[in-house]
Design a binder for this molecule. Sequence first.
Ligand SMILES: Nc1nc2c(c(=O)[nH]1)N[C@H]1C(S)=C(S)[C@@H](COP(=O)(O)OP(=O)(O)OC[C@H]3O[C@@H](n4cnc5c(=O)[nH]c(N)nc54)[C@H](O)[C@@H]3O)O[C@H]1N2
Ligand SMILES: Nc1nc2c(c(=O)[nH]1)N[C@H]1C(S)=C(S)[C@@H](COP(=O)(O)OP(=O)(O)OC[C@H]3O[C@@H](n4cnc5c(=O)[nH]c(N)nc54)[C@H](O)[C@@H]3O)O[C@H]1N2
Ligand SMILES: [Mo]
Length: 768
Amino acid sequence: MPGRLCFIQPAMAEQTPRYKTYDSPAGGWGAAAATAKVLIEQSVVGKGSRALLSMNQPGGFKCPSCAFPDAACTKKLEFCENGAKALAHEATKFRVTRDFFAAHSVTELMEQSDYWLEMQGRLTEPMRYDAATDHYVSVSWDDAFALIGRHLRALESPDQAEFYTSGRTANETAFLYSIFVREFGTNNFPDCSNMCHEPTSRGLPHSIGVGKGTVILEDFDHAEAIFLIGHNAGTNAPRMMTPLVEARKRGIPIVAVNPMPERALIKFTEPQDIVQMATFGSSAITSEFVHIRIGGDLALLKGMMKVLFEREAAGETVLDHGFIAEHTSGFDALRADIEAQAWPDLVEAAGIDEAQIRRCAEIYIRSNATLICYGMGVTQHQRGSELVQQIANLLLLKGNFGKPGAGISPIRGHSNVQGDRTVGIDEKPSQAYLDRVRDVFGFEPPRAHGHHAVESVEAMLAGTAKVFIGLGGNFVRAVPDTERSYDAMRKLDLTVGIATKLNRGHLVHGRDALILPVVARSERIETAKGEQFVTIEDSMSNVTASRGVLDPASEHLLTETEIVCRIAMATLPESKVDWASYIDDYDLIRDKIAQVYPALYEGFAARIQAPMGFHLDIPPRRRVWATPNGKANFLVLPGLAVNAPVYDPAMLRLATVRSHDQFNTTIYSYNDRYRGVYNDRMILFMNADDIAARGLEAGAKVALETIGTDGVARRVDGLTIIDYPMSRGSVAGYYPELNPLMPLGFYDKTSGCPAAKSIPVRIVGAAD
Ligand SMILES: Nc1nc2c(c(=O)[nH]1)N[C@H]1C(S)=C(S)[C@@H](COP(=O)(O)OP(=O)(O)OC[C@H]3O[C@@H](n4cnc5c(=O)[nH]c(N)nc54)[C@H](O)[C@@H]3O)O[C@H]1N2
Ligand SMILES: Nc1nc2c(c(=O)[nH]1)N[C@H]1C(S)=C(S)[C@@H](COP(=O)(O)OP(=O)(O)OC[C@H]3O[C@@H](n4cnc5c(=O)[nH]c(N)nc54)[C@H](O)[C@@H]3O)O[C@H]1N2
Ligand SMILES: [Mo]
């Protein structure tokens, strides 16, 4: 079946897969060794090690990996194993040149794995697809911009173009991009956030008036209990392990809720703790591990709330009645919903016993300041936005907002995904914001909502979208339904990838296609006005400066900001915006951000001079609620299902997760150390009883098929079953290899976020 070839991730043929249990603590010497190994592999031991000294330090650059904030003014090194991998792959000595493209046709490159593409190194000059030869050939920057301008101006409507952003883009660039696209005339802003924390951005405002976390790093020092729901900090936000280890040392309870007992949640050695490293010691992280069934979090949260109401009914005071009366609305409706839930149903849906739900509630009751952190295990379900609201409900019941040590903390993904949203990457912008854009820039922005990520693929399939521009990222590998998404991209007139590294998105392209290589986060930006810096906003709303320290990978690279400005100049000759001025002077961009967002960014250019930057106002920290009724709202999600029920006894729920050696679609290696997997990514993690119940054995090769409702067959072959302590009925495998199993229409309707953690699948037997 030729169409399916495109999904196969060629294995590392020369190395045999190995699977063995990992018993050591996470972190520690394993992390130190992995850091050294990746610097050696990318041949950047000296350069990379020097750059790491500047990472997340005042005057240096922000880590290009995750969005966790840095500890203020510590003298410590502020990087982790996975930050080092991100840096090493960016600073790599390997290069993709015009000779490389001359040697490989696009059809040949499609046969290579994502890993192989990544390992070829940094892109060095702009390239244009030549259909006559099926090769990318070099193109001048002027011609590249002219081609984009021609295509965009030729569209019948600006809504025929899709403008994607990935969350590594800095505030300054994202802001200019949002202004350009709106002056061009559309709100089509598919964004990586649409597949990530969009349920936070869309769900939370109804609860507490802001779609962001309310916690700052110091809150970890004051929390009396911490809940970690559905995220894998040891791999995806490793710097978060430092405050977690500190919290454990203070003896406060930490509850981890996860269908996979992730290693770093259980035991961790801080690579920066000299004593622990020398003595091979470690800290236990969680005091309570909740082995939840996929999607069972709703039942757990409702069960905990039920215990609270039971205790109140028995005459105890466990709720914060003063807070509820003064600050909230909707309490009675919530209580009615929770009291209507029966214990057997809660236990069945959560997949854990009643005693454990009661223990979790007890921990919550005893704590005067509770912090709840969560990740993709919460957001990537069909009712992810409403699930986030249930976390807010639980916190509101004990007034856990606006006091030290308490609050809600979405652990964001990309280093500036939150910032991009704040500065205008939003397919559903508010009218007030659009008014400010009009007043500051003097053009009338479009008022209708644009497309989110899934809608943009639907528009491509329908033939209404003609042009795709990707400011970073690897859209076609990140979105669901790989086969259809590839078809969608191939229908386009023009695809543009603005990128540091070659990826699949450049190979699955439109009739015309461009690859535009950029200066990376760790590299210096020199313009006619001298050295420039950019800014990012982390997961806890701190805005900080990022100054690259390395030389750009090639003299032919442009900065992302210049690329956006020159696309705008090539597309909008009559523009009201002085694009040329922004290419050289980033303070001018910051002045405009301050004008469009006075409440958040007043005095931006001056405030950013502080070594640790500044914190954006989060009203719930002051117990101020920017909701229509001025209150924090208890919101009811009836029932116990966060995904549509499937009536098939063979059904398993599949979570697509990240390994320890990948950054989203970037594959650093085929190993996943903490889960004991080596040289393989075509894995199905499965509970021993689920394996036995199907008459299967660990090590067997099987295929998975989606249980769909739209009549489209979706199947992935060649997965090896690993006997792994998953919760019953829950299986896991790797993203993006399993994206072909995700139906495009399988997403949270409130936010558009694909339900990548709860795909209904069945095993269809050995098929290798
Ligand atoms: N090194 C590295 N760092 C990264 C990334 C990376 O790929 N590599 N990606 C970045 C990005 S963009 C993001 S969004 C974040 C992602 O970081 P995470 O949110 O940690 O992402 P995942 O690995 O996709 O899955 C998280 C966890 O959800 C659990 N889970 C699955 N289903 C459920 C469920 O129903 N309930 C519960 N409670 N848990 C469930 C899985 O077992 C897994 O441990 O990390 C960011 N940081
Ligand atoms: N099945 C499944 N699908 C998922 C997820 C899941 O858990 N399961 N997670 C979703 C989530 S949370 C996210 S955030 C998305 C991620 O989706 P994306 O953000 O689109 O994907 P990335 O893999 O982070 O993008 C990697 C590419 O970005 C480019 N790049 C790197 N640094 C820079 C830079 O500084 N500038 C520019 N211009 N380009 C750069 C490189 O060329 C690299 O190949 O995927 C989503 N898809
Ligand atoms: Mo993400």
